[in-house]
Design a protein around this ligand. Structure first.
Ligand SMILES: NC(=O)c1ccc[n+]([C@@H]2O[C@H](COP(=O)([O-])OP(=O)(O)OC[C@H]3O[C@@H](n4cnc5c(N)ncnc54)[C@H](O)[C@@H]3O)[C@@H](O)[C@H]2O)c1
Ligand SMILES: [Fe+2]
Length: 380
């Protein structure tokens, strides 16, 4: 038996932040990062709260790839503030921090608290997922925490907040959206509902990601990517992800490559590995089932070709083209990473990628040796 539900109520489109003047909560704890405070963006949140007479405290000590220590500080702040609602404002790091802080606080107080997630990047889809990724810097591990109790009560998608996202972050987070949608689409847990959501997200990325990278003022493209991010989040919340994320978590935790960038660099390699189609492939009668799915992805992106082999090659080429156009490195040798340190880390990264919970739903079951081989080939 399968089931599908969307628990988070989604407000979207122009002026959707006005919802904050009408929320049924008395006191909010805003959890955000220092950029949101410094940039003045926070006023776009606090003004409607004041109009609706909702009191608020602010916890702004969020850092990228949130470490456990910062989560503990947040729990202290939440216990002191005692809100009936948490409002997360920021990228995936702020939303995931807020989810973990709310979850750990509830475990000690037994008091349910509502949560409103307001993304300021178009990337993780965290506003509608039951995942929160936290980092243990001592062990170089990123842990995806998974629990339905972490699902936000409401999400607000207002593209006015993503106008200021710099091009490099637009590129990384946009490729994260595409990776979520593609991994959910080929996941062994995929279903008709997740597939419909993933297809729409892929189609939007094909048309609007590059536009949104090239021009901050292309509001239409930015609005579309903001919705695509949420659609892809809903897709993988139902179908889960795959090896691409398992490996990106291991790589990101060790070498601090931004999450979406690590995914983008790995994506061509993972499509090649999962489909079993390489530059040496010859036509055959039967392909693994994920090949048909990748062929559909290629159709949605407008790069389908003569047959399965040429289509998969074209799809891999399309991913590499997007990385080049958006200045995302294709290899580790193009990043500022020491070669010996990288190769020494491969064995441990491969082990972590294999035991990452995302890897479980990959369409092809990888061995540690195969994962190590992909990491090696990622170097140059
Ligand atoms: N929970 C999930 O389902 C899920 C899914 C994928 C990734 N993640 C996690 O989310 C994190 C990555 O999130 P992210 O990619 O959104 O990046 P992020 O939240 O780390 O933000 C990246 C940078 O962009 C800045 N920024 C955010 N909004 C901005 C804006 N409007 N204008 C200018 N700068 C802005 C931030 O201050 C930060 O410096 C990682 O920890 C990743 O593992 C979670
Ligand atoms: Fe991701």
């Amino acid at each position: 038996m399968k089931s599908f539900d969307i628990k988070t109520k989604i407000y979207f489109g122009e002026n959707s932040l006005e919802r904050l003047s009408d929320i049924p909560y008395k006191k909010a704890l805003i959890i955000t990062d220092p950029f949101v405070v410094k940039s003045g963006m926070l006023q776009m949140i606090t003004m409607p709260l004041q109009q609706g007479y909702t009191e608020y405290d602010i916890f702004s000590d969020v850092v990228p790839d949130p470490p456990l220590e910062k989560i503990q500080n947040g729990v202290k702040a939440m216990l002191e503030s005692d809100p009936d609602c948490v409002i997360a404002v920021g990228g995936g790091s702020a939303i995931d921090s807020a989810k973990a802080i709310r979850e750990f606080t509830a475990r000690s107080t037994n008091k349910p608290t509502a949560m409103i997630a307001i993304p300021t990047t178009s990337g993780t889809g965290s506003e509608v997922t039951s995942f929160a990724v936290v980092t243990d810097p001592d062990k170089d591990i990123k842990y995806p925490l998974v629990s339905d109790s972490m699902l936000p009560t409401e999400a607000i998608l207002d593209a006015a907040l993503v106008k200021s996202v710099p091009a490099a972050v637009t590129a990384d987070t946009g490729m994260d959206v595409l990776t979520h949608a593609i991994e959910a689409y080929v996941s062994i847990n995929n279903n008709e509902f997740s597939a419909a959501l993933a297809e729409k997200a892929i189609e939007i990325c094909g048309t609007f990601l590059l536009r949104s990278y090239l021009d901050n003022n292309d509001t239409h493209a930015r609005q579309k990517m903001h919705v695509a991010s949420c659609l892809a989040g809903l897709a993988f919340n139902s179908a889960s992800l795959g090896l691409n994320h398992g490996m990106a978590h291991a790589l990101g935790a060790k070498f601090h490559i931004p999450h979406g960038r690590a995914n983008a660099m790995l994506l061509p390699h993972i499509i090649d590995y999962n489909s079993g189609i390489s530059i040496h492939s010859k036509s055959q009668k039967e392909y693994p089932p994920c090949v048909r799915k990748y062929v559909n992805v290629a159709k949605l992106l407008g790069c389908s070709n003569f047959n399965e082999i040429t289509t998969i090659r074209a799809l891999i080429g399309w991913m590499q083209f997007m990385c080049k156009e958006m200045n995302i490195p294709l290899t580790i040798s193009q990043c500022d990473i020491d070669k010996t340190e990288y190769f020494n880390a491969i064995d441990s990264m491969a082990e972590k990628a294999i035991s990452d919970s995302c890897t479980k739903t990959n369409p092809r079951v990888p061995s540690k040796m195969e994962v190590a081989y992909i990491f090696e080939h990622l170097y140059d």
